[in-house]
Design a protein around this ligand. Structure first.
Ligand SMILES: O=C(O)C1=C[C@@H](OP(=O)(O)O)[C@@H](O)[C@H](O)C1
Ligand SMILES: C=C(OP(=O)(O)O)C(=O)O
Length: 428
């Protein structure tokens, strides 16, 4: 589907409840599935990626009822999972693939995993290698790096893993395998990645130790079903934070957005750029803190985004690049080579699609340089099947002189099924 969007005829004004956090929604189903007893979830994200997670665990014999953002998972423990009759299809979701591999490292049966054409290009050795070293039998294309993958789990042994990348998917996969492994399992990262797994495992009754950049747990612990309240996804809110900041005269209120400090890099960057952001109804005591965020348009200035800030905003870089096009001065994004192994190579797709809209932007080895004060033209662009690129281009259309035609615009349903309706609602 080609989505054709025209320049906003007014400022953007209104109140939005962004859908549930994708990372937390995945984990609520996965941890519920391997827990003993029922888990109830509210605020679940019914986006394609999280629906893939539900489908995989149903294939593994778990009863899951999902009605919009309400989910119930009938957990029977890790040994309640059954060998699937079909392949497990993770669709477009890297999180599903990498975390499920950690869970299946301990199941004494065979599973085959596939995904879409984007997943087929994403490196899996970052989890299959350490899981193999724990004792899981995994094979796949190019020595277990790419789908289709097969895994036969069994009794694993704990490891102390020094991860070469700051990746919550790697950390989570190994910790999940460690739950049933003999002895202690620990993961040390070069910078801190999102800590939803550590927080949620504790809510399921697991003892997880966190010491600086190392997270560890003892094998042989059992998860107990619980209730999970999923806050709004700050990665989804990011599109409206930037839209509100750059479309003159705008004021947007975003309700109950997750404020986990490992995810709030976008707020820090926008504040550095001079954005006007205020908070209300702050709840810092929840397992996952949240707040309402109010953004008002203001003149932004260029900035540098680098170092340990990168893992705190990795999925927001496409929309940060768009914000930078409207800033005074240049913006430099570096230390972000991980962008190359997302749904698309997000250095290339951001640079190519924004160039097509008239922006002066250059790719670098590990990021990009964006010249400020660009006039956005209209044009034919593509999401390349990447939800975050689709939403960034839709926000660009609010300022573009001509129509923006987004090929494969439906990709947004991966993380934000009602994104276009929400964007349109701000223009009435
Ligand atoms: O653990 C998670 O839920 C995620 C971790 C990040 O990936 P990496 O672990 O590859 O950095 C992020 O980009 C992805 O959208 C979700
Ligand atoms: C990278 C992303 O997700 P995943 O790795 O789960 O496909 C994303 O949502 O931007």
């Amino acid at each position: 589907m080609t989505k054709v969007l025209s320049k906003a005829t007014s400022s953007l004004n209104g109140v939005i409840q962004v859908p549930g956090d994708k990372s937390i929604s995945h984990r609520s189903v996965m941890f519920g599935a391997i827990a003993r007893g029922k888990t109830t979830v509210t605020g679940f994200l019914p986006g394609d990626d999280c629906l893939s997670t539900i489908a995989c665990f149903r294939e593994l014999g778990v009863t899951i009822t999902q009605n919009g953002d309400q989910v119930e998972v009938e957990g029977k423990g890790l040994d309640g999972l059954k060998e699937a009759r079909n392949v497990l299809d993770v669709g477009n979701s890297g999180t599903t693939m990498r975390l499920i591999l950690g869970i299946l490292a301990n199941t004494p049966f065979h599973s085959t995993l596939i995904g879409d054409s984007s997943i087929a290009k994403r490196p899996m050795q970052r989890v299959t290698k350490p899981l193999q070293s724990m004792g899981a039998k995994i094979d796949g294309r190019e020595e277990g790096n790419f789908t289709p993958l097969s895994i036969r789990g069994g009794q694993t042994k704990g490891i102390h893993y020094q991860s070469p990348v700051a990746s919550a998917q790697v950390k989570s996969s190994i910790l999940l395998a460690g739950l049933q492994a003999e002895g202690t399992t620990s993961v040390t990262e070069p910078e801190k990645s999102r800590d939803h797994t550590e927080r949620m495992l504790q809510a399921f009754g697991i003892e997880v130790k966190v010491d600086g950049l190392t997270a560890s747990l003892e094998g042989g612990q059992t998860l107990k079903g619980t209730h999970i309240e999923v806050p709004g996804d700050i990665s989804s809110a990011a599109f409206f934070l930037v839209a509100g900041a750059i479309v003159p005269g705008s004021r947007i209120e975003l309700k109950k957005v997750g404020m986990n400090p490992t995810r709030t890099g976008i707020i820090d960057v926008l504040q550095n750029m001079g954005a006007s952001i205020t908070f209300a109804n702050v709840n810092e005591d929840a397992v996952e803190p949240y707040a309402d965020i109010i953004i008002e348009a203001s003149q932004l200035k260029g900035t540098e985004v680098s170092g340990d800030l990168i893992p705190r905003l990795i999925d927001e870089i496409p929309i940060i690049a768009l914000a930078a096009t409207q800033a005074e001065g240049d913006t430099v994004i570096k230390d972000a080579a991980e962008l190359k192994v997302k749904e698309t190579n997000r250095i290339d797709t951001v640079v190519n699609e924004l160039t097509a809209l008239g922006v002066k932007i250059e790719a670098t080895e590990d990021g990009m340089i964006i010249r400020g004060k660009s006039t956005l033209t209209g044009g034919k662009v593509s999401s390349h099947g990447d939800h975050r690129i689709g939403m960034m281009l839709a926000v660009a259309s609010c300022l573009a002189e001509g129509d923006v035609e987004i090929e494969n615009g439906e990709a947004v349903t991966v993380s934000y099924p009602n994104f276009y309706e929400h964007l349109a609602s701000l223009q009435r």
